[in-house]
Design a binder for this molecule. Structure first.
Ligand code: ZN
Length: 135
């Protein structure tokens, strides 16, 4: 089902404060900042080989990432795996009895389609599936 690790999501309180470590110290290729209104987030992507680091800054106290930061502070928020067909992958997971946060695909950054599995179904690791280049 899964092809590769698409990205690792890291929750930060301030993108501009977090960026220099990844871009300048660790030397990752910065790909820009995008606002994902659905999730009340500003997102920065940095390329690491075939994968990416996704820095997540909440734009509202109602963002799920705000609640994450309040509970445990900055840190790894989720791991995202690339799938070829997200709708099919979600159907397959439902058949296998895996609890999902998103029953159907929703819009992610960079024109992707994404869905989250429930952390109770994945040993506490928030897991995202993402499909690239959805029109
Ligand atoms: Zn993500």
């Amino acid at each position: 089902m899964t092809g590769k690790i698409d990205h690792i999501g890291i929750a930060v309180t301030n993108l501009e404060a977090a960026l220099p470590l990844y871009r300048d110290v660790l030397g990752m290729q910065f790909q820009g900042v995008e606002e994902v209104e659905d999730q009340k987030l500003r997102v920065a992507f940095l390329k690491v080989g075939e994968s990416k680091i996704e820095l997540l800054e909440p734009t509202s106290p109602e963002s799920p990432v705000s609640r994450f930061l309040e509970k445990g502070g900055e840190g790894i928020h989720h791991i995202a795996y690339r799938v070829e067909n997200l709708a099919e992958a979600l159907d397959e997971l439902k058949e296998k009895g895996i609890r999902l946060i998103d029953q159907t695909p929703r819009k992610g950054a960079h024109g992707t389609s994404i869905a989250f599995l429930h952390p109770r179904a994945t040993g506490g690791v928030l897991t995202e599936l993402c499909q690239a280049n959805v029109a």
